[in-house]
Ligand binder design. Structure first.
Ligand SMILES: [Fe+2]
Ligand SMILES: [Fe+2]
Length: 262
């Protein structure tokens, strides 16, 4: 079946709320980096090397580390595709800044795996096991259309995953002695919020451009959330899943989208 496409006939309808230029982006990220390093230096050496967490925590956390690491790794690929195929310049610019953000997130998550002492040969197997975000991101990696990628990746997935669920993940990690994960999750929230807000601006522009686009966007939402649903399977991550859907519907329902049936 050919994939449905939507186009923004009038690209002037889209503008990135962050209104970034290269100058502003670099200055902002320099400030973020200072803030991150300042927080990171407060982590005691033992905690940084996962000496204070229980073996049980680490065993259970491998799936979560994989969900973090591989979703960021996937983002460096699918956002690059979105930038390369962007139908207009403003969207390309937003995607290129996002690409740089996702690379930094990827490096933070690699450090977690390494400091926690999880051998690299186990990382992918953890992600490919049932109950992870693997199915959703593998789907995104197959797409070529910039608008479909950014609607699914930024508006749906990031709109759902942040900022609410990053707070849940950060608090949960911290309570178990995993301070590095907590600091990392809190550090990426502002970037992810910016990715969501340009995803949302894109969806809003598409619907204003042609209300008929709403049907396709609804279909993309349904496909995405159904691929994610397995992460909540078995109820182990019930709190996470409820926060995930609540964050998403908070931005989606006001734009005219409906709740997905499972
Ligand atoms: Fe990210
Ligand atoms: Fe992101």
């Amino acid at each position: 079946m050919a994939r449905k496409r939507v186009a923004l006939k009038d690209p002037a309808r889209f503008s990135d709320p962050a209104n970034l230029t290269w100058e502003r982006y670099v200055a902002m990220q320099a400030r973020e980096r200072e803030r991150y390093l300042a927080e990171r230096t407060t982590i005691p050496e033992d905690a940084l090397n996962y000496k204070n967490v229980s073996p049980r925590y680490l065993k259970n956390a491998v799936d979560q580390f994989a969900n973090n690491y591989y979703s960021e790794l996937s983002a460096t690929h699918y956002v690059a595709t979105a930038a390369a195929n962007a139908p207009f310049d403003e969207l390309k610019t937003s995607a290129l800044f996002q690409l740089a953000d996702e690379q930094r997130h990827l490096e933070m998550d690699r450090e977690v795996f390494e400091r926690a002492g999880i051998p690299e040969r186990d990382w992918l197997a953890a992600w490919e096991s049932p109950g992870t975000t693997c199915r959703f991101f593998r789907h995104l990696l197959e797409l070529e259309d910039s608008i479909e990628i950014l609607v699914k990746g930024n508006f749906v997935a990031e709109g759902a995953a942040g900022p609410g669920t990053f707070t849940v993940l950060a608090d949960g990690a911290e309570a178990r002695g995993d301070v590095l994960s907590a600091v990392n999750h809190r550090a990426r929230i502002r970037d992810e919020t910016r990715h969501i807000s340009y995803g949302r601006a894109l969806v809003k522009a598409l619907i204003e451009d042609d209300p008929g686009n709403l049907d396709t966007i609804q279909q993309w939402q349904d496909e995405s959330l159904r691929l994610f649903a397995e992460v909540a399977r078995g109820g182990e991550r019930q709190e996470w899943w409820e926060g995930f859907l609540a964050s998403y519907y908070k931005i989606a329902l006001p734009l005219g989208l409906r709740v997905t049936g499972f």
